[in-house]
Design a protein around this ligand. Sequence first.
Ligand code: AMP
Length: 284
Amino acid sequence: MSARVVRTVADLRTQVSSWREEGLKTAYVPTMGSLHEGHLSLVRLGLEKADRAALSIFVNPTQFAPHEDFDAYPRAEAADVRAAASAGAELIFAPNASEMYAEGFATSFEMKGPAEGLETDFRPHFFGGVALVVAKLLIQAGTDYAIFGEKDYQQLCVVKRLVKDLDIPTEIVGGPIVRDEEGLALSSRNAYLSPEELAVARTLNKTLFTAAADIAAEPARAEVRLGEGRAEIIRNGFNSLDYLELRQAGTLAPFTPGMKEGRLLVAATIGRTRLIDNVAVEVG
Ligand code: AMP
């Protein structure tokens, strides 16, 4: 199957509207490209819910700080279009920056709630940029569903909140994290890892999973166990740890005694690569 690539909001809208006029349900998968199985799983999930899937490829400048990897971020549009089509996407929206942010662009968002803490403590600009671009993408496309990965769990919570707050009539669906055979969460940024760094990266999900299992079994020891997990991450060779934190699933409020559905989230840096991962913690 091949996919049609469009670069303007007008062409995107025309295609999605014509699907709707045919009575077809539509799903959308926003991405920054450099597609891997994680992204493709979201296309397939979208096609379980809807008849047609579209995918966007846009490396969004407003969610990168000046010192971050915007210029180095891997870009591979031709391969991405083939991969997305092979997963069943029929439409690719790949705008340039001026289509998304015209001269004189003057709107910005500030989000609280699930955007507070975690990523925001280390990338304060991040969710403002994400909320802005996701709101634009969803309003532009007007699909029935939009699929986001649990890989970026805080982002998924923020997007669900955003859509509720702005009455955007698109249902947000979360897709499970796709991992490689050793449990490393797939990420476009894994391409930055040297073989030595990859070996360190592979320890992260193990630390995360064992800590989650231990906390589920003995929630009263959660704080101590988190401390042990933090020390283990540095011992395993990560250069720095931004956070290893237990939060309430969905709201990302602090996890307090009596709560049942937790989420353990981690962000750590090896070399120049910052990795994030998370897992559910079911207490009781
Ligand atoms: P990105 O291109 O990194 O902005 O990611 C685009 C979408 O793919 C986001 O909703 C991510 O959460 C999702 N995603 C990225 N990696 C994975 C993965 N390993 N498993 C599931 N979803 C993923």
